[in-house]
Design a protein around this ligand. Structure first.
Ligand SMILES: O=C(CO)[C@@H](O)[C@H](O)COP(=O)(O)O
Ligand SMILES: [Fe+2]
Length: 219
């Protein structure tokens, strides 16, 4: 499987100090910055939109992994592309026009990703997964940080890894040092974590352990 990429979720950071929080995570070894975009409709929470990504882009060249938990993701492709998004990750459940959206995202110069919620079966995206740059298997119900990891979701990671040995497969929600082994064994290689990184005394050590665990599993 592809090498490990660790993506701290800035949802657990200090939003009033976002650029510094991003710099701190990069210094601690982050590969990507995971930005959770929530609209209060697709999920029962509100966070940030394209204007914040645009402002942040002036402070960093880092890879911005934007997780759009929004209804009608099509509405936001132009704005997120113009803001400097690297990866536009939309939810399977939020649209009926998956292939058209993937093409539109790519035409705007971004990488495309598709995410599924815990109750969505993997069969829904098994063929679409071959058309995107990354899939995201949620391991909590989207909407909030700090929730409990749902181990059952890893069967979907296993099925995707078996079908796509070279695909970037991301997991998001409740990842920490107690479950990273299982996630690695299932075949996940892109790890999103908010609470377990930001609340750690030494975030760099948590990021390094995540990376080593994933890379050891793929060796
Ligand atoms: O997308 C989401 C939540 O909807 C996540 O990215 C969380 O923000 C991850 O936070 P932890 O579960 O690691 O605290
Ligand atoms: Fe997320």
């Amino acid at each position: 499987m592809p090498s490990a990429k660790i993506a701290p979720s800035l949802l657990s950071g200090d939003f009033a100090n976002l650029a510094n929080e991003c710099q701190r995570m990069l210094k601690d070894g982050a590969d990507y910055l995971h930005m959770d975009v929530m609209d209060g409709h697709f999920v029962p929470n509100l966070t940030i939109g394209a204007p914040v990504i645009k402002s942040l882009r002036k402070h960093t060249d880092a890879f911005l992994d934007c997780h759009l938990m929004v209804a009608e993701p099509e509405r936001w492709v132009d704005d997120f592309a113009a803001a400097g998004t690297n990866l536009f990750m939309f939810h399977y459940e939020a649209t009926k026009h998956h292939e058209a959206l993937i093409e539109r995202i790519r035409n705007h110069g971004m990488k495309a990703g598709i995410a599924i919620k815990p109750k969505t079966p993997v069969d829904a995206i098994l063929s679409l997964a071959g058309q995107v740059d990354m899939v995201l298997v949620m391991t909590v119900e989207p909407g909030f940080g700090g929730q409990k990891f749902m181990v059952d979701c890893l069967s979907k990671v296993r099925a995707l890894r078996q079908a796509y040995p070279d695909l970037d497969i991301e997991v998001d929600g409740g990842l920490d040092l107690t479950n990273i082994d299982e996630a690695a064994e299932a075949g996940a290689n892109v790890i999103v974590a908010g609470t377990s990184i930001f609340k750690a005394d030494k975030p760099a050590e948590v990021i390094a352990t995540f990376r080593n665990t994933i890379n050891a599993a793929s060796a």
